[in-house]
Ligand binder design. Structure first.
Ligand SMILES: [Zn+2]
Length: 388
């Protein structure tokens, strides 16, 4: 890599500082906003408030994430608790640091919070599983500020098929489309002004949800399948369908969806997880702070020791999506603290690198403002306007 030119860098930095930058998929790690992990300080997490400041990342969709489990009363009850726990963590952060970060529910609020010098918190929900057998909780989540909801995560659920069937849960490898309950969900999300999110959703289920939705839909964190063939990514027809509906596809800087992960690196990571007892489901949530610190430190060492998937490869996904559907329908996400990141954008603190890379590739400041937040805020407002 050529040495950065300090003059060009200062210009790029000025552009980065002028635009409102939003990452649309940030998870909260184990113990978030407890003694184990304080996002108000420099932490082991990829996203904390000092890191956002350092990298000029102005806002993020923090995610109420629930892993897929069994579709029975016990499973739904556990999922409801898990979702509540995630939401409470985000809410505690907002209450603990009111001068640092504030929640936004509309584009206008996002811009106002940003103008006040604070970081912008938006809320998304990954996996509709905790809703249970019906969609009566949707207005409650909307009132709490949830602005997008992914129908599925890994594994099929009561609403439809995932892009990744779960063998452990006995899923069939097929996508039978949106269920009746899934159709109810799309209607309920439209009515509540919540964006329907197709990331993690099976191709057929997603296209059926899109066709049924009266409002634009999004993919909150997925790549371009024409650049890297992975079921989590979107093919050109899916990208076009999202764009034609007025929505936006947020390319994701998740190394395993961006390109081939070096097999030796993957092996080293697997061995590390085995050594620390972090392989079974839920192990991360139960691990001690010391174990998680160890894991973060060792992971960084491994990633430095092997050739990694790069920011340039991620930018290839952005280039392809923009060429295919136009700059109005593409955005950026990293899936930080949920497995995301790659060399050059591996934490919020490195967010400026994305702007510099895209400027090098010929994107204008206006393009960057759209990619970094303008598009998702436009869609968020459109979806809420249609609900009223
Ligand atoms: Zn995800």
């Amino acid at each position: 890599m050529a040495a950065p030119d300090p003059v060009a860098d200062a210009e790029a930095r000025a552009i980065h500082d002028r635009i409102l930058t939003i990452d649309t998929d940030v998870d909260t790690g184990p113990g978030f906003m407890t003694a184990a992990l304080d996002p108000g300080r420099i932490s082991r997490a990829q996203v904390d408030l000092p890191g956002m400041r350092a990298g000029g990342l102005d806002g993020a969709f923090f995610i109420v994430y629930t892993a897929q489990g069994r579709r029975d009363a016990d499973g739904y009850a556990a999922a409801r608790l898990a979702a509540e726990d995630k939401f409470q963590g985000i809410d505690r952060m907002l209450r603990a640091y009111p001068r640092e970060i504030a929640q936004a529910r509309t584009a206008e609020e996002a811009r106002a919070v940003h103008a006040s010098g604070r970081l912008v918190a938006l809320i998304g929900m990954e996996n509709a599983y905790p809703l249970g057998d019906d969609v009566s909780d949707v207005p409650m989540w909307a009132a709490r500020g949830v602005r997008y909801l992914s129908i599925t995560h890994f594994g099929h659920n009561q609403f439809g098929a995932s892009s990744n069937a779960s063998r452990a849960l006995g899923d069939a490898d097929t996508d039978d489309g949106l269920t009746d309950c899934g159709a109810d969900l799309v209607r309920a999300l439209n009515a509540a002004g919540i964006m329907v999110d197709l990331s993690h959703v099976g191709r057929r289920t997603g296209l059926e949800a899109l066709a049924l939705s009266k409002a634009p839909v999004i993919a909150s964190h997925s790549g371009a399948r024409a650049v890297y063939d992975n079921p989590r990514n979107l093919d050109d027809a899916q990208l076009q369908a999202i764009a034609e509906k007025g929505g936006v596809a947020q390319m994701v800087a998740y190394r395993g969806y961006v390109g081939d992960v070096d097999p030796e690196m993957a092996r080293a990571q697997r061995m590390l997880r085995e050594r620390l007892g972090l392989t079974v489901g839920g192990a991360m949530q139960r691990a001690s702070a010391a174990t998680l610190d160890d894991y973060a430190r060792e992971l960084a060492r491994i990633r430095a020791a092997y050739p990694d998937v790069t920011l340039a490869q991620f930018a290839d996904h952005i280039d392809h999506a923009v060429k295919t559907v136009g700059v109005e329908h593409v955005g950026l996400s990293a899936d930080f603290d949920g497995g995301g990141g790659l060399q050059g954008w591996d934490s919020a603190a490195e967010s400026f690198n994305v702007t510099r890379e895209l400027l090098t590739r010929g994107y204008s400041e206006a393009d960057l403002a759209k990619l970094w937040g303008g598009n998702i805020l436009r869609v968020m407002d459109a979806v809420q306007a249609m609900a009223q």
